[in-house]
Design a protein around this ligand. Structure first.
Ligand code: C2E
Ligand code: CA
Ligand code: CA
Ligand code: CA
Length: 281
């Protein structure tokens, strides 16, 4: 798998499709976005591949910019990190998500929440306490929260990351490796890190049924999750073919446009009703 991944990366076929920011935003603009409440959350459902059940949501941040319209995170997350605003952003994401989950619970929906965490945060030893303080603010149970950490940036400070991940796990907070397959983690490195979920990058999921290289890497990642005895999630399930493929692969959960695009919280109950109908077909 390692050799296969390296060849894939060197071949440059894994160029990320993230749209380039229309323009750079200044630290002052980014600070204002937070202070003036211009950031909002959309939520993308994760479903269980065996039962079809609604397993949880991933919160994805957006910026309702007064002039530029709805701005996607790739255009402002790096700026937030560089300006030291990322923990403040994470706190906002978590507080909004907790409020939204409370409202959904009133409608009878009880689901787990995943949020994305910058590697910058895992460089700071105080991060677990910060997360716990945020959880206290929300009343959300630690076991209801999953933190998604991007694999490609895991290597920067492995000892601090290990320490922080271990302390998050001790407090029952879930930790997931995001974009798995785009970094260079070996099975041995991963074994040392206390993760409980592996999200296979959509570059190895979308179209995997018809593309042998993608399929092989996808299956290699799945083997790795089994070896580590952790949950596997396929992201980027875009159509019926992807869906049929991931279901037959033995992967645990899936996420992607075929299931649902990221949507506002208010649309989740209607999505859920439609999804149950689709699964009951
Ligand atoms: P990610 O965590 O890998 O999130 C998945 C991205 O893929 C999302 O883009 C989502 O809208 C998109 N996506 C979902 N399903 C499909 C599909 O079937 N096909 C395709 N082509 N794309 C799909 P989005 O929302 O633009 O987010 C981009 C990245 O920004 C995220 O990648 C994550 O790394 C980062 N991000 C988002 N929200 C936050 C946040 O609150 N904090 C931090 N630190 N990063 C965030
Ligand atoms: Ca993610
Ligand atoms: Ca991902
Ligand atoms: Ca990503």
């Amino acid at each position: 798998l390692q050799a296969m991944l390296r060849r894939w990366q060197e071949g440059g076929r894994h160029a990320r499709t993230a749209s380039a920011p229309a323009r750079g935003y200044t630290a002052a603009e980014l600070a204002r976005a937070i202070a003036e409440g211009q950031l909002l959350n959309h939520y993308q459902p994760k479903v269980d591949l065996r039962s079809g059940a609604f397993a949880g949501v991933e919160a994805l941040v957006r910026w309702q910019h007064p002039e530029d319209g709805l701005v996607f995170p790739d255009a402002f997350i790096p700026g937030m990190e560089a300006s030291g605003l990322i923990d403040e952003l994470t706190r906002g994401v978590l507080l909004r998500a907790a409020a939204d989950l409370r409202a959904l619970r009133a409608e009878g929906l009880r689901i787990r929440l995943a949020i994305n965490v910058s590697m910058d945060s895992l460089d700071r030893l105080g991060f677990p306490e910060l997360v716990c303080a945020m959880l206290d603010e929300t009343g959300l149970a630690p076991a209801e929260l999953i933190l998604e950490v991007t694999e490609s940036r895991l290597g920067s400070n492995p000892l601090t990351a290990l320490d922080i991940l271990a302390r998050l796990r001790l407090r029952q907070i879930g930790v997931s490796i995001d974009d798995f397959g785009t970094g260079h983690s070996s099975l041995r490195q991963l074994r040392d890190l206390p993760f409980d979920e592996l999200k296979i990058d959509r570059g190895f999921v979308t179209g995997a049924r018809k593309l042998p290289t993608r399929r092989a890497i996808f299956c290699g990642c799945l083997d790795m999750a089994r070896e580590l005895n952790i949950r596997s999630v396929a992201e980027g399930v875009e159509d019926r073919d992807d869906w049929d493929f991931v279901r037959s692969s033995g992967c645990d959960q899936a996420q992607g446009y075929f299931i649902s695009r990221p949507i506002p919280a208010a649309e989740l109950p209607a999505w859920h009703a439609r999804w149950q109908q689709r699964c009951g077909e």
